[in-house]
Design a protein around this ligand. Structure first.
Ligand SMILES: Nc1ncnc2c1ncn2[C@@H]1O[C@H](COP(=O)(O)OP(=O)(O)OP(=O)(O)O)[C@@H](O)[C@H]1O
Length: 700
């Protein structure tokens, strides 16, 4: 029985086809299985470089290009183009099997052969000027081991500059092009091999067997099982993440682990995508309910929307619950104690101040609140003695025994005040919920999948730990500590979440352009960031293979001028047919975000605050940098990137008070800017009034 496979690149182009052509494509290929049986006409192409390419009639003016194997029964739809273009496209190309991965590759052989002599001449001239070939340091044997075949090798040998590789990406076989990229970016052959790792199979494969190669290529080709699945794929042609996963991503999705596991990686590397696929895969195993959770409610909503798109069957959707950790905590708490009365932030400051007055403690409310959260609650300290003995890792200001005793007294006063008034903080609700679940033998979930894990506090981890039994594949974590934007630093191991040896790092950014990513990475240059597991995290090798425009940086004399320019920029984007919902505006403070939203509305641009609920298609989303976490926009403007907003003085402990916390706070502010800037997919615009933030790299 013939089967149809759809090439990833085609799906992206499908979205751009005119509606009637799209409909014809659906009709033609919906009949594909029985039509091929009864002689669906696949026409051979004269003068083709590769005889395995065929065309198929779509309508009077369009033809589809299909790769038809000599043996086997999988037909891969590669292109739909106007008649002559379809033939021209197919004649130039060849299909092959990558010798390292066994996966299918398509290349524009004619372009490679045409361009190569030009580059060769250029290289000869440059060699006279004594500049080395780009891959002078990589042996032929290493190239071959990495799957570079003779045609690509000949081509690579005449390259002298990385930019030539950029141009060649359009015609080289994609995996080989990625390998060359990695090598040109300074990765060693071993590092590139490691990156290919997940794609390398132990099996012997036949370089002529395209059918098997297609089956081995889930990152590039999706096999559809009939008209229903075909229509489902065509219905969401932009959501490539639903059907094609990078081998590293797929490995993370499918792996079986004896305990907790995690996936890390820089911004936009598909951690959320992996988390969602993983949740589906776990649900399909049928071992019990799956909880997908994260820090903010905004992100939980976007995860829920993603899950709906991905789920496939109602059973999966029913098995997977999506809610942010605070909501889970409140739900569990409510079931036992009813609705908690929550302490509001301004009241908390007052309570700390009065408690400190009563005990004569010479500490500010901010310090006391942090000491309570980061040390006492985080370590579940419940007596003066254990507080005296406790390590205060991450808290810079040293406290002598007398000072500690005073802090402890103040904390007891504060907690008594809370009890007397029947008030709870979020942390206490969470801790109580964790206690309730820890005592239950019947856990509400079998698996928990956590996204944006870097920001969860110790009490939230305890709650999640208590929500699932300790078993294989109990907890799956996705996160990037370079994107930590709250003060929670935890050691997973100490919290009973041991991921030792079960961690994978993703490196390819699918969201943003190389220009925006490269510039954003500079924001964190030289920062050393922990990995929540006793080591250091790295963003080495994080890269994007899409190029575009560099970020635009502009300073203004005052806010009015800056916001006027913002409105102009957003209008330009809209005029270029970017939809309002594809545009984001980020600011450090809520106040500035509101000002920006007002300025846009006043200029006739539909805009709404992200804090007001879910993003909408017909309005530009404006929000604080904190709200931007986990989201993405085609075009993003960061406003107020000036010295007195970023870092925000309010969020940074004075160095004189506590040097370590000061350094942590500064790093968090940097990370916040990094998170905001890496939300941009195509265009990033950063503006400020007066003096620019010291964190901004020099050029745009
Ligand atoms: N295999 C893939 N194919 C196509 N697109 C992908 C793939 N994986 C991820 N993407 C796309 O890349 C973008 C970033 O993915 P995702 O949000 O999962 O990354 P992330 O690592 O969680 O990002 P961040 O940490 O910055 O929030 C999304 O638009 C997603 O659809």
């Amino acid at each position: 029985m013939p089967r149809l496979a759809i090439d990833r690149d085609f799906l992206r182009e499908f979205a751009a086809l005119e509606k009637p052509v799209q409909e014809r494509v659906e009709e033609v290929f919906a009949k594909f299985d029985h039509a091929t049986h009864t002689g669906l006409h696949l026409e051979k192409i004269t003068h083709a470089r590769d005889q395995r390419f065929r065309t198929i009639r779509i309508d009077r003016s369009h033809r589809g290009v299909v790769l038809a194997p000599e043996s086997g029964d999988i037909y891969t739809l590669l292109k739909v183009l106007p008649h002559d273009d379809a033939y021209a496209w197919a004649r130039r190309r060849t299909a092959s099997v990558n010798s390292a991965t066994g996966r299918i590759e398509i290349r524009d052989s004619e372009a490679i052969d045409t361009v190569r002599p030009h580059l060769e001449r250029m290289a000869a001239t440059q060699q006279r000027a004594e500049s080395a070939p780009l891959f002078a340091g990589v042996s032929d044997a290493d190239m071959r081991r990495l799957g570079i075949d003779p045609q690509t090798l000949d081509f690579a040998r005449v390259l002298t500059e990385p930019v030539q590789l950029e141009t060649a990406k359009a015609f080289l076989p994609p995996t080989q092009s990625q390998v060359l990229y990695g090598l040109a970016a300074g990765m060693t052959p071993e590092e590139v091999w490691e990156e290919l790792g997940a794609a390398i199979t132990e099996d012997e494969f036949d370089p002529e067997d395209l059918d098997a190669a297609v089956r081995r290529s889930p990152d590039r080709v999706v096999l559809v099982d009939g008209p229903r699945e075909l229509l489902a794929v065509f219905a969401r042609p932009f959501d490539l993440w639903r059907v094609y996963l990078h081998p590293m991503q797929r490995e993370a999705v499918e792996a079986r682990h004896s305990g907790p596991a995690r996936v890390t990686g820089g911004p936009g590397t598909g951690k959320t995508v992996v988390a969602l696929h993983r949740a589906r895969a776990l649900a399909e195993r049928g071992e019990g309910p799956v909880l997908v959770t994260t820090f903010t409610s905004t992100l939980a909503e976007s995860l829920a929307a993603g899950m709906k798109v991905l789920a496939g069957t109602p059973e999966v959707l029913e098995t997977v619950a999506v809610e942010n950790v605070d909501r889970l905590a409140h739900r569990v708490f409510r079931e036992v104690h009813g609705q908690p009365r929550l302490l509001k932030s301004p009241d908390e400051r007052k309570l700390w101040s009065t408690a400190a007055e009563r005990t004569g403690a010479d500490f500010g409310p901010a310090f006391l609140a942090e000491e309570w959260r980061q040390v006492i609650l985080a370590r579940q300290i419940d007596s003066a003695d254990s507080y005296l003995a406790a390590k205060r890792t991450g808290r810079g200001r040293r406290l002598g025994p007398a000072q500690k005793a005073r802090v402890w007294q103040t904390v007891c006063e504060f907690q008594r005040d809370l009890r007397e008034r029947g008030l709870w903080t979020y942390e206490q609700v969470c801790a109580e919920a964790a206690r309730i679940l820890a005592e239950r033998d019947d856990k509400p979930y079998r698996h928990v999948v956590v996204d944006e894990a870097q920001d969860l506090s110790a009490d939230k981890w305890r709650l999640l730990r208590a929500a699932v039994p300790e078993a294989h594949d109990d907890i799956f974590i996705a996160g990037d500590t370079h994107q930590r934007i709250y003060a929670n630093r935890v050691s997973l191991r100490e919290l009973g979440v041991n991921v030792g040896g079960r961690s994978r790092r993703l490196r390819i950014n699918y969201r943003t352009t190389a220009e925006i990513l490269g510039w954003s990475l500079e924001l964190l240059h030289g920062e050393s960031v922990d990995d929540m597991d006793g080591g250091l995290e790295t963003l080495a090798g994080c890269r994007s293979e899409v190029s575009g425009f560099p970020p635009q940086l502009n300073g203004f004399g005052n806010r009015r001028a800056e916001l006027r320019a913002l409105a102009d920029t957003v209008r330009e984007w809209l005029a270029a047919e970017v939809l309002p919902g594809e545009i984001g505006v980020a600011a450090r403070s809520n106040r500035l975000a509101e000002e920006a939203a007002d300025a846009l509305v006043a200029a006739g641009v539909p805009a709404r605050m992200l804090s007001g609920g879910r993003a909408e298609e017909e309005a530009v989303s404006v929000g604080t940098m904190h709200r931007m976490k986990g989201l993405e926009f085609r075009c993003l403007a960061v406003v107020g990137a000036e010295a007195d907003q970023i870092p925000s003085a309010k969020a940074v402990t004075p160095e004189s008070e506590d040097a370590v916390t000061h350094a942590h706070d500064l790093q968090r502010e940097r990370c916040l800017l990094f998170v905001a800037c890496t939300r941009a997919r195509e265009l990033l615009n950063v503006t400020w009034q007066g003096e620019r933030s010291p964190f901004l790299p020099p050029t745009g």
